[in-house]
Design a protein around this ligand. Sequence first.
Ligand code: FAD
Ligand code: UDP
Length: 381
Amino acid sequence: MYDLLVIGAGIAGAVTARKLAEEAGKKVLVIEKRQHIGGNCYDEADEYGILIHNYGPHIFHTGMEEVYSYLSRFTDWYHFGHEVVAKVGEKLIPVPFNLHTLHLVFDEEKAERLERKLVETYGEGSRVPIMKLRESEDADIREIADYVYENIFLKYTMKQWGQTPEEISPEVTGRVPVLISYDNRYFQDKYQGVPKDGFTPMFERMLDHENIEVRTGTDCRELLTFKEDAVYFEGERFDGQVVYTGALDELFDCRFGRLPYRSLDFHFEHYDEEAYQGRSVVNYTVSEDFTRITEFKFLTGQQHTNGTTIVKEYSFAYTGAKGEIPYYAILNDENQALYEKYKALAAQIKNFHLLGRLAEYKYYNIDAMTKKAMELAEQLK
Ligand code: FAD
Ligand code: UDP
């Protein structure tokens, strides 16, 4: 009845399903355990009519033309250069730390000197990871590095990961480098913004195809079983392709132990005011227990709303308890070794493919995930 089973209706699953349904004529069943499609990109209007991102703020950004043009088939965009500030004492300073930030936090004469030093050392326009900046033996550069480390990275990283910047993978802090430029944007990609009428309608259009059936509210473990090297769908051997985008340990009943993740608690608050902070994202890098506050109307561009809705994010260690969602894989050698054990089990099943942030135990942005899904779909054609 089906040629392809896709587990999970996030961006990984949705792109794979659409491409194979449309371009290879496959009959696809998408199985999604949540009550809705879209995965962590899901958005909806809250009780006040304000468009919110239920699983944290999502900004699409990419430099990949093929990804941008593929997704643009399913949505128009509200384009903006995404900017973030950190609240440090009474000041709001641009993040990533850049030359504007430098001039805000050091007096003019010193900032001028430090700017020249940074440009000479690293080159104008370069991106220097904080952990690399800290290795410098130059006293001036060390001073900047110490400032950035103390005021931008240390507390935020402790809140987000429960570990110091030294203890986590350098890849993670490297995502927010020091910028030797006057670019205040959080990302430097050519295209940035959000789908004009929201992420969820983009997913609806992507999954709206005669060859695609979507079953939400269904955990794949209710329908699928695995015996040695084969998948069984509703009790019968399934020889079509299966693309799995959920957590890999859960699929095998965590038999080698749980893969560690960080989870998030989102606290939404509504205010009967025109604006709360008047900008999309403020990171709390030296104070508070939450990491950041997002004010949605300044992210989505939604007009004519009464009041404003914000969300505060609190990070904690995922335990697997009911209702918790694993958001961030914790990248280190030990966890990777555990992941490889599960991956070896999955590899015994030839028609079973792992894709996505959970199934690959990896950090992916929406664009990189889209690209990876497009590639897998090509391969499975
Ligand atoms: P998901 O979106 O998690 O989708 C996986 C789906 O599989 C889920 O819907 C899940 O319910 C389903 N599933 C799992 N197990 C089962 C099962 N057993 N049976 C059935 N269904 C199952 N990226 C950006 O590019 N820009 C951003 O600004 C950005 N911000 C982010 C903010 C936060 C707080 C987080 C957590 C992520 C952010 N991302 C951002 C990353 C983005 O969310 C991911 O790239 C994207 O969601 C990955 O898609 P996915 O399909 O792999 O995973
Ligand atoms: N980070 C930080 N302070 C900030 C922003 C980021 O310490 O103001 C660190 C933190 O460890 C975070 C990492 O850089 O987890 C990557 O940040 P990014 O915004 O990419 O994280 P995301 O929330 O997108 O995963």
